[in-house]
Write a protein that binds this ligand. Sequence first.
Ligand code: C5P
Length: 223
Amino acid sequence: MDKFNIAIDGPAGAGKSTIARLVAGALGFIYVDTGAMYRAVTWKVQQEGLLPDQETEVAALAERMQIELVPGEEGQQVYVDGVDVTKAIRTTAITDHVSQIASYGAIRQLLVALQKQMAISKGVVMDGRDIGTHVMPDAEIKVFLTASVKERAERRFKEMQNNGTCTLTLSELEQDIARRDQLDQNREISPLRRAHDAVLMDSTSMTIEEVVDEILGLCKNKV
Ligand code: C5P
C-alpha cells in the first residue's frame, strides 16, 4: 500500500488522540500528537520558572529545548531534553496555560517546522488544531472531528476518573473545554478551523470504533 498522510483536527476532548492512534495502528502508520508538543513547551516554561506571558523568554527557551516523540505501546512517549514528561504534560497546571503558549507566533513557527519534517516521508496520522490547514495542507485525508461540549467534557471526566487523574468536577471540566475552544478558535495565528476539504465528523453519538471505521473507509478510496 502506498503511504499517505491523514490530518485529524478538532476541538479539545473530541477523541482525536485515541482515534488517530487506532487509525495509525490499523494502517501501520506513525501517530503524531502535536498537542503534546505545545504541552511539552508549556511544561518546560513552568520548569524554568517563567511566566506564560513572558513571550520573548518563552520563545528563546523553546529554541533551546529538545522535544522527542517516541512511538510506544500505549501511544506516544514525550521527552523534553531527555526527561520523560509523558504524564506530566497532562496535568491541569499544563492544560490551563497551553493555549496561551500555543498562541505565540514564534512557538508555532518552530513546532510547525518540526511537524512538517515528520510528515515528509508520509505514512503519518497527525492530530491537532491546524494540521489540515497549515501543517499538512496536502494531506490525502483530512478529518475535522467534533462533538458537543457536554459530550466531550463527559468523556474526559470518565477518562480522568479511570486513570485516577481527576481533580476537577464535570462542570469545571466543561468550562475548561469551552474556554480552550474559545482561545484556540479566536487566536490570530492558525486558529482552529475546519479545512475546506476536511470531512466533518460529529462523534457526539458515535462510538470510537464507528469513527475509526469511517476514517478507515475514507482511506480505502485512496489505495
Ligand atoms: O490536543 P491537546 O488538547 O493536547 O492540545 C493542547 C493545546 O495545544 C490546544 O488546546 C491548543 O491550544 C494547542 N494546539 C495547537 N495546535 C495544535 C495542537 C495543539 O495550538 N496543532
